[in-house]
Design a protein around this ligand. Sequence first.
Ligand code: ADP
Ligand code: 5GP
Length: 213
Amino acid sequence: MTQRRGLLIILSSPSGAGKSTLARRLMQWDEGLRFSISATTRAPRPGEEHGREYFFLSVDEFKKQVSEGEMLEHAHVFGNFYGSPTGPVKDTINAGDDVLFDVDWQGEQQIRNSDLGKHALSIFILPPSITELHRRLVSRGQDSEDVIDKRMQKSWDEISHWGAYDYVLVNDDLDATEAQLKTIITAERMRREQQPALQTHVRTLQAEFEEMS
Ligand code: ADP
Ligand code: 5GP
């Protein structure tokens, strides 16, 4: 009876607002949540591993996967290609688990318009201020000043799409935002459309009711 269909949970934000940190916390919270490992043509950052944070591909390899229809969505972000492989997403939601995506607004739009779009739940993470966004990018200590400038310049472009999302959270206090995300996911899992087994359960209730009357 508890068998449910998985959700496609999409987290977007300007770079540095905290979505990777929040995604990591959600993954620790619930084993039924699988991270969609994207493919990208950008170079790995120190500590990143092929097949863990991303699949690091050449531009040719990336384009081949797109042309063979293997990407649920793909986009050009900060001068590199990024995309979400379709296969693992379908396997995960059919098994009743949820997929967590860290993608930009273009990815959100394409997933929502895909044939899996009716199972999409999108959440936008805003920073408390632009000054704090810059501070977080610097404190992460993973990007050069040039890259940080580029990301700051693009941040408004990303923020301007906030109105397309189902939920919008201001990530001021990290623990509070994490708690809000868990509340949203817990409730969305209970949506009628996410629980196909309810049909059978209600039919069983009806049969039992008719037997008694
Ligand atoms: P994104 O994935 O959105 O680019 P990250 O998750 O990498 O952002 O976060 C950027 C930096 O900000 C990291 O150093 C992270 O530890 C820090 N951070 C994230 N959320 C908060 C918060 N609510 N308060 C303070 N620092 C935060
Ligand atoms: P980063 O290089 O910091 O890991 O990611 C840069 C941006 O690319 C982030 O906004 C992130 O959400 C986005 N991104 C990462 N993977 C994907 C993907 O598969 N598709 C799309 N559309 N965006 C992605």
